[in-house]
Write a protein that binds this ligand. Sequence first.
Ligand code: HAS
Length: 557
Amino acid sequence: MNLRRIILVELLVPLALFIFGAYHGVLQVMYLSGVIRATSVAGIDYYQGLTAHGVINAIVLTTFFAVAFGYTVVSQQLKSQVSIAGATLSLVLMLSGAVMAAAMIFLGKASVLYTFYPPLMAHPLFYAGLVLFIVGSWVPMYTWTPVYLRWRKENKGLKTPMGVVGIFATFIVWQMATLPVAVEVLVQLLPWSLGWTAGVNVMLSRTLFWFFGHPLVYFWLLPTYVLYYTMLPKLAGGKLFSDFAGRFTFMALILLSCPLGLHHQFADPGISTTSKGIQGVLTLLVVIPSLLTAFTLAASLEYAAHQRGGKGLFGWWNQLPYFNPEVWLFPYLFCGLLIFLFGGITGIVNASYSMNNVVHNTAWVPAHFHLTVGGPIFLGILGGSLLMITGLLKKPVVSGTMAMIVPYLWMAGTFIFSSGLFMGGLRGEPRRTNLGLTYMNPASPSYRSDWWVPAHMGLVGGCIMGLAVLLYFIVLIRSLAAAPDEALAKVPFLLPTSEAYHDEDVPAVRNFAPWVAAAVLLCIAAYYVPIHDIVKNGISTAPGYRPDSPSAVNRTH
Ligand code: HAS
């Protein structure tokens, strides 16, 4: 296989799986609004479908995209061959892992949600699949590193291309994040699910999971930031306002992504309030690179609009290519930014220790994350995948207009969906609950009429999001079926790359090493005490459970 084929498989296979992920998104809003009042549909039960929705959309699709995009950026921007053996090994491991985990979910043996918290227990093959998938995703960075070092030797004095900085930042964060989850899976969950240990320390497991789970969200975000910093200004018709801002953002996210997972555990026992407070402050610090990104991209868009003839303080807004089918990728990135404004603000609410008590484990939380991972990241993946698939196959995008409508429709759906969930969350509507059986069923004594409007806003928004996905697949399938374009076939496929307006050269953001070293030290400082406390307190271990039974699992699978 050549690299082009490997990248195509890495983009197309998860998109095919995503059809089920999206279908179960629509089913979710039906369960939540009481349109479905059952425990299962078509043989797939609520928690099984929710697990597939989370694992496929948030782990499989995002990670494959990061790897495929990483290969494209590194090989194009460093103008070098990458190791095909390494790329093939990574693909085989990731595919086998994804197939194993998906098979266990579809067989109903891994309804543990994407967070796979114990005491919910999955089949050992689910955990083994996760291990293969993660190990496969480690391989690319180690095959890119010699290529990068060679490039630096041959191009002394030149700045590393911005896209390459962003991709390395992505995979450095991934490497740091996945070590604690590897310990969780290999030392705790896999032996426990094999019946080799009687129970699992749930608090340790949750802490190791969130040590991974929060940097995971920045691992999702970083490739999208690469799209924003390297492509958006060019698509808008301008330049990146500040080269330094992009490089600083990537380095700051290496430093700050990992040591703050405890903000997902503000309500957990066994961890001191001091540790939670420290990580709460670090969470507010990690907002800074995103605020810097907001100002830099807004300035870049304003500059582009002025280049296109925009005038005055507000008049320039009209000049951006919002509805130009030729630049169909622009709205994928622009709508993502608009959505992220609200995802970011609600993240700051979550991070505030006291306000978190009001929203934790309510529908507010999925509302927040559909405005982050379900907003900028998802639209970046859809747009970026369409760009790379058609570019590598030398096919035209059929049709640019329909492709352009998708992000607007998705944004409208996401805003309606999330507003409903925010509203419901503030009224106490729980997350991860099949509301149709009780709270949204007028025949039930638990019926909550005050959740009707929010839950139905979720339904309307979710169906619009489903429609956007349908349109996207129509564009993708029609483009795949189209004949290759002769003009495209004559030129190599290259990602659009923006120039910098202010091309500052700041030595502090030229080298990864000090940022990685500082990040490792900060992680040790932030996690030593909470992990020490959890282990020292000797919390008793728990047997395994399934979501449909109050009895412990018999571990003979
Ligand atoms: Fe979060 C829970 C805090 C960002 C994802 N988050 C979650 C969960 C997920 C998730 C999946 O502190 C649920 C996990 C679970 O299943 O339990 N989050 C934050 C904070 C940020 C944040 C402070 N989250 C993200 C991102 C995610 C993501 C990014 C995915 C990729 N989150 C939390 C907390 C919880 C949480 C608590 C736990 C809640 C609980 O109790 O369970 C920040 O990083 C956000 C910073 C972002 C900004 C926005 C910048 C805006 C930009 C757009 C600019 C627009 C422009 C357009 C330029 C400050 C960049 C202008 C247009 C012109 C024309 C000018």
